[in-house]
Design a protein around this ligand. Structure first.
Ligand SMILES: [Zn+2]
Ligand SMILES: [Zn+2]
Ligand SMILES: [Zn+2]
Length: 89
């Protein structure tokens, strides 16, 4: 990582990408999402805060997994919840 936004982002050596372009939780409840994010601790792909269910944020709070990456094509950034830190890669 060229610029270390925080220690969590600095510890990421390779960015996890989505296995499927869908929110794992929304598909179970037949809900809609806006954008997708991939957890950098466990690789779960979940929906963003613009989505009705905000699964990525709920997952981060429940699991303590700090960093997500955008799972959107053309977006290359990481976000750390505990530090509110953002980094492009
Ligand atoms: Zn952090
Ligand atoms: Zn969702
Ligand atoms: Zn996770």
């Amino acid at each position: 990582m060229a610029q270390e936004a925080c220690s969590h982002i600095g510890a990421i050596t390779s960015v996890k990408h989505p296995q499927r372009r869908e929110c794992e939780e929304c598909v179970k409840i037949d809900a809609q999402w806006v954008h997708l994010r991939t957890c950098q601790t466990c690789g779960a792909t979940l929906c963003c805060d613009d989505s009705p269910n905000r699964h990525a944020t709920k997952h981060a709070r429940a699991s303590g997994h700090p960093v997500i990456a955008s799972a959107e094509a053309g977006e290359r950034w990481l976000y750390c919840y505990p530090d509110d830190a953002f980094a492009e890669y």
